[in-house]
Structures are given as C-alpha cells and as structure tokens.
Design a protein around this ligand. Structure first.
Ligand SMILES: C[S@@+](CC[C@H](N)C(=O)[O-])C[C@H]1O[C@@H](n2cnc3c(N)ncnc32)[C@H](O)[C@@H]1O
Length: 231
C-alpha cells in the first residue's frame, strides 16, 4: 500500500514498537501501513463517524489485519482507556478540534507519551495551546502535497518557554532543522500578511491601524528568519 506524502510523513514519526491510537482514522491507511510494516506493536483505529470507521474496517480486512488492528467508534479519546496506548495520531482535522480532543479526556491524554498532530488550519492556535498546557513540541516537519504545505507537529508532555510569538506560526523545530520547505512556507505566510495589509490600506479605524502594525511586524520577523536561513 502506498501512502500519500502527507500520510507517509505522519507515519514516519511513529516510533518502532509503539502502541498506537489513530483518532479520526477515516480510511485507516496509517494504522494499516504501520502494522503491515511491523512498526507498531498494537493499533486502535478510532473515528466518531460510522461511515469512515466502516471504510477503515474494509481496508483493514482487505489487508488481512483484523486480528491486529482494533476499530472503535467514538468521539476523540472517549473510546480509549487510560494507559491503553503510548502514541496517538490526530491528523487531518482543524487545530481547534485537535485541541478539544486533547483537552476532553485528560486521564487518557496524560497516559500517552507522544502525540503526532497534523492540523489543517489554526496551527498557530494549536501550538499556543500546547505550550500553555504543559506540552513541548519535540519535532516538526513540513510536507508538500497537491500544492499545499502541511505541518506535522510531534508533542510530548513537558514544559517549554517560548521566547517569541513567531514560533506559534513558524514552528521552532522547523527553523532549528532548517526544514527544506521552510523558505516556501515563510513566503506563503508573508504573502498572506501582504494580502491582509492590502485589504486594510484604506481603512482609518484604530483597529485597522493596529492590525496593519501587527502585519508589518510579522512580515519583519518572517524576513528575519528568511535572512537567517540564507546565512
Ligand atoms: C479529514 S478526515 C482525516 C482522516 C485521516 N486522519 C487523515 O489525516 O487523512 C477526518 C476524520 O476525523 C473524524 N473525526 C472528526 N471529528 C472527530 C472526533 N471528535 N473524534 C474522532 N474522529 C473525528 C471524521 O469522521 C473523519 O473521518
């Protein structure tokens, strides 16, 4: 089975021998891939909706893995017992939904060592929440697929002081590792701020002026990172 680059790079973050819960598994491609390649020891594929879970069950069956991958229906970590898994993947959802899933069953979240998160939107809000709630980000990766750049965040319990707000938008680990897609990623962020500035240009309210200042400060920070990358 061939995974798309986004799914493959999420799977690559899973440690050998992990006991995994894939929350919002949908098609179940990740647990199937990880079990077929003998990377995980045990896996639970969970989804809140019956349709996706059925599709995971079909895929698991067609790969002859029914005995090895359990499927469970339920919201977030609700179908998982504390201590049952050491690794969780929550991918392909909004950052705020991922945050809610991490928040809603603290007794399960507490018992999991590693979280592989792939938010589609609100990535900055998710990072901020992680840092404010005793998580540290231990790794990050950018993946390009279908003209889009996806962010993969690996988090563990712990504490980390964030020196600059910029790291909520551009993960610190991406900068530390000089991620190969970082330049393109930052340029996209700059373009987004420039578009906001363009829409604000003829507005004379205090709110608009503050936003303009904020956008310009962000662009300045992004350009600093770009400059550092080139040196
Ligand atoms: C866009 S799919 C992503 C599937 C896969 N994780 C991926 O990254 O390709 C989102 C899946 O999450 C499921 N989902 C949404 N909210 C959920 C929740 N609160 N708990 C569990 N699953 C959820 C949906 O039913 C859907 O199957």
């Amino acid at each position: 089975m061939k995974l798309t680059p986004r799914l493959l790079n999420i799977a690559k973050m899973v440690a050998k021998g992990a006991i995994l819960a894939d929350i919002g598994t949908d098609h179940g491609y990740i647990p199937v891939y990880l079990m077929k390649n003998k990377i995980v020891k045990e896996a639970i594929a969970a989804d809140v909706n019956k349709g996706p879970l059925l599709s995971a069950q079909k895929n698991i069956k067609s790969n002859g893995l029914e005995e090895y991958i359990e499927t469970r229906l339920g919201n977030g970590f609700e179908p998982i017992e504390p201590g049952e898994v050491d690794t969780a993947i929550i991918a392909g959802m909004g950052g705020l939904l991922i945050r809610d899933i991490l928040m809603n069953r603290p007794e399960v979240t507490k018992s999991i060592k590693q979280f592989i998160l792939q938010p589609m939107v609100a990535q900055d809000e998710l990072r901020r929440w992680l840092y404010d709630n005793d998580f540290k980000i231990v790794d990050e990766k950018l993946v390009s697929e279908d003209h889009r750049i996806y962010e993969i965040i690996v988090a563990e319990h712990g504490h980390e002081i964030i020196e600059d707000e910029i790291y909520f938008e551009i993960g610190k680990k991406l900068i530390e590792h000089k991620d190969p897609l970082l330049e393109m990623f930052i340029k996209k962020h700059i373009k987004k701020q420039e578009d906001i500035i363009h829409n604000l240009i003829n507005q004379d309210t205090d709110k608009a002026k503050n936003k303009l200042k904020e956008c310009k400060a962000k662009i300045h920070k992004f350009e600093e990172v770009l400059l550092w990358l080139k040196n």
